[in-house]
Ligand binder design. Structure first.
Ligand code: ZN
Length: 251
């Protein structure tokens, strides 16, 4: 039985410890301290570090965790070779099998990690700075076309797939979503839920792919109401996606 511990790190980063038996894998340790405390509280041995990409705020805790625990770091080079360059592949560690989804757009090296369903645990995807709850990472290295291709890959996952992203920007992202689709009941009620989570000091993960398809404007390029707001009824999906990204950059 696996368990996912979501940790708030740095200012607004999210770090995940995946526990299976007495072993653990950490994803994007922005800081070592909170990870070490979870390992100690649950008597876990850290097997490995996975990073969704190598921006500093996602790898800042790597060195200290290696020093303190002797765990290995699966580098982007290891992961890329597992993924055969530009193809999706598998990384096996601590009895967990992570499917590597190659998802460039935010950075050259961005990947997402998918855990398939296991017993009572639904599938789970760790999306780094590619897909946020209600939002999307900035496009630092690639065109909207490339990010849209990455989003299309995530949109194809089963709707019950849990989404664990790299930052908690959810409240602002949902406020932006409501600006684009003011009559969307799913967005309205989601924004209410998120407000109460934030007021109660709770993290807004996990979401699910199904919730994102219903409420995240970056996954809703086909939605007629969104297209109407943008005055882009006849545009292609990727043109709509690119315009949503441009508006969010100025938001
Ligand atoms: Zn980043």
């Amino acid at each position: 039985m696996r368990k996912i511990h979501a940790l708030a790190t740095l200012l607004d980063n999210l770090t995940y410890v995946v526990q299976v038996g007495s072993s653990a894998v950490v994803i994007d340790p922005s800081e070592a301290g909170p990870v070490l405390r979870v390992l100690e509280a649950h008597s876990l041995k850290l097997a490995a570090i996975l990073n969704t990409h190598e921006h500093f705020d996602h790898v800042a805790g790597n060195d200290e965790l290696v020093r303190e625990t002797g765990c290995k770091v699966l580098t982007q080079a290891d992961i890329r070779s597992a993924g055969d360059g530009a193809q999706d592949g598998l990384v096996s560690v601590a009895g967990l099998e992570f499917r590597v989804l190659v998802t460039p757009g935010h950075s050259e090296d961005s990947v997402c990690y998918l855990l398939e369903r296991a017993g009572d645990s639904p599938p789970a995807v760790f999306t780094g700075d590619t897909l946020f709850v209600g939002g999307c990472g900035r496009l630092f290295t690639h065109s909207p076309e490339m990010m849209w291709a990455s989003f299309t890959k995530l949109a194809g996952l089963p709707p019950e797939t849990e989404v664990y992203c790299g930052h908690d920007y959810t409240l602002e992202d949902l406020e932006f979503a409501l600006d684009l689709e003011p009559d969307n009941e799913a967005v309205k009620s989601r924004l209410q839920d998120i407000r109460s989570m934030v007021e109660n000091g709770r993290l807004t993960v996990p979401s699910t792919i199904g919730i994102e398809m219903a409420t995240n404007p970056f996954m809703r390029a086909k939605a007629p109401a969104l297209r109407k707001t943008l005055g882009m009824e006849d545009a292609s999906d990727v043109e709509v996606f690119a315009e949503v990204r441009r508006r969010k950059d100025r938001y």
